[in-house]
Design a binder for this molecule. Structure first.
Ligand SMILES: CC(C)(COP(=O)(O)OP(=O)(O)OC[C@H]1O[C@@H](n2cnc3c(N)ncnc32)[C@H](O)[C@@H]1OP(=O)(O)O)[C@@H](O)C(=O)NCCC(=O)NCCS
Length: 135
């Protein structure tokens, strides 16, 4: 039977969204294959999204959900990794933010989109209780 699904849209050629994190992937962050561990990348994306959310809410924030994470291609030791955030939706206390991670390769310097995901943050008060984003 032939595949009747429409072709996937072409991947964007460059990052979009606000640059929120830029760092270098180090040997200590590798997995058993010698590539960069997915959990490290996820934590960079979570930190980047939290920076964006905190600036928007002007209060502490906490991550309540991570959806639609896709690991597209590996990150290698020495790659310059950058995370870019785009606001998708603001609720009463929550913010839904798309985060893309890109790697600039050591060899050749080309850019590759390595991961994408959607992070939801909740603005919280000093007691850790939800707190309106727009006050
Ligand atoms: C985030 C937290 C403060 C929310 O508290 P809560 O009592 O569940 O709050 P509410 O039910 O009022 O929900 C608050 C907002 O979060 C949203 N929300 C709650 N759970 C959600 C989920 N699983 N996915 C998406 N949004 C969610 C609600 O829709 C609401 O959004 P809105 O105010 O914009 O309409 C609480 O769940 C918490 O502290 N969780 C642990 C967070 C944490 O430790 N994160 C780090 C993980 S390592």
């Amino acid at each position: 039977m032939s595949d009747t699904r429409p072709p996937a849209p072409p991947a964007p050629a460059e990052p979009h969204g606000e640059l929120v994190i830029r760092t270098i992937a180090m040997p200590a962050d590798t997995n058993a294959n010698g590539d960069i561990f997915g959990g490290w990348l996820l934590s960079q994306m979570d930190l980047g999204g939290a920076i964006y959310a905190r600036n928007l809410a002007r209060s502490r924030v906490t991550t309540v959900a991570i959806d639609a994470m896709t690991f597209i291609t590996p990150v290698y030791v020495g790659d310059i990794v950058s995370c870019h955030a785009t606001l998708l939706k603001v609720g009463r206390t929550s913010m839904r933010i798309a985060v893309e991670a890109w790697a600039q390769r050591t060899k050749g310097g080309e850019l590759a989109r390595v991961t994408e995901g959607v992070f939801t943050y909740v603005a919280i008060d000093e007691a850790g209780k939800p707190w309106p984003v727009h006050r």
